[in-house]
Design a binder for this molecule. Structure first.
Ligand SMILES: Nc1ncnc2c1ncn2[C@@H]1O[C@H](COP(=O)(O)OP(=O)(O)OP(=O)(O)O)[C@@H](O)[C@H]1O
Length: 290
């Protein structure tokens, strides 16, 4: 179980106060009053207009951003109560895929993907892998899930933005993490690739029993691929519902004054749910966000 209770994250409105970690009174909330539970192996999408706090929420779940108040608990442990080194080791159990994967430009794809193994490898093995990559079959299989098997030895800076984004996702498949936190994985992908990538990511998470929390701008993808959807707006939880219960009216309210990010919401009802990635036949994309 992964749980947030009464969580709040602030951002400074002025210069930082004297005390380390404190912003003084001159703050505004990025996230507030967030109480959410994620069951082991659950797949949850987070949607909401730009600036709603989706990325910050994932960073909090990844213990990359420390909450200003409230608690984060995972597997009965409150990680921020751990000593620093223990917290660093503990972070090895989760995988955070940022929207733009941090891939060194001259690196080979194989090395970039095998970086998913770093939490499991010793320092010596990690360094050796930079020069003599091992576990090529595992890397190739992960790339294959994202239709990139032929790119194994290409240089990262020779890939398109969408290919780089898929390499970042393939890296998750090499990790032993029990929690995948994926931030806007489809922003550089065309609709067909986006459908494929989403089906692969959700299919792999389901097969491994991994907990997956994914922020998305593409509402139709969230509704089609995820059993549960969180709607976030101005740092607050607007709804936490099964995807089948998310109505066009709720979406309109969530994106009020941000309608350009949610075109044609009534067609959301037409989105078919995808239960089996192998049988998936990409439907037309009725909504276009961003
Ligand atoms: N380190 C920071 N310092 C100050 N403000 C921040 C910081 N990080 C985020 N914010 C602010 O918090 C708000 C939420 O940002 P966040 O990136 O979490 O939203 P988002 O929903 O992921 O947005 P988008 O969909 O545009 O990526 C924004 O107003 C942003 O400017």
């Amino acid at each position: 179980m992964l749980e947030l209770q009464q969580l709040r994250v602030d951002r400074p409105l002025g210069p930082r106060a004297q005390q380390p970690g404190k912003w003084g009174a001159n703050v505004a909330p990025i996230l507030q009053d967030l109480s959410i539970q994620f069951a082991e192996g659950e797949q949850v999408a987070v949607i909401g207009p730009s600036g709603a706090g989706k990325t910050t929420l994932l960073q909090v779940l990844a213990c990359a951003v420390r909450p200003d108040s409230g608690t984060l608990t995972w597997q009965a442990v409150q990680p921020w109560r751990m000593p620093r080194r223990a917290l660093q080791r503990w972070r090895g159990q989760l995988f955070l895929a940022p929207q733009t994967p941090p891939l060194p430009p001259r690196q080979r794809v194989v090395t970039a993907v095998l970086a998913g193994r770093l939490a499991r490898w010793s320092l010596a093995r990690s360094i050796a892998s930079l020069f003599y990559p091992t576990e090529l079959e595992a890397a190739q299989a992960a790339l294959h899930r994202f239709d990139l098997a032929d790119k194994l030895f290409d240089r990262v800076d020779h890939l398109s933005g969408g290919e780089r984004q898929r390499v970042g996702l393939a890296r998750a498949l090499l990790s032993d993490a029990r929690l995948w936190l994926v931030d806007e994985p489809l922003s550089a992908l065309d609709p067909h690739r986006a459908q494929q990538a989403m089906a692969s990511l959700c299919g792999e998470a389901r097969a491994r029993g991994v907990t997956l929390v994914c922020s998305l701008h593409q509402v139709e993808m969230a509704l089609a691929h995820f059993p549960r959807v969180l709607g976030l707006r101005e740092g607050r939880l607007v709804f936490d519902l099964p995807a089948t219960a998310v109505t066009p009216a709720l979406l309109s309210r969530l994106y009020a004054q941000h309608e350009s990010e949610l075109l044609d919401p009534p067609q959301a009802e037409a989105v078919e749910r995808v239960e089996d990635a192998a049988l998936f036949n990409p439907p037309e994309v009725p909504l276009q966000c961003r």
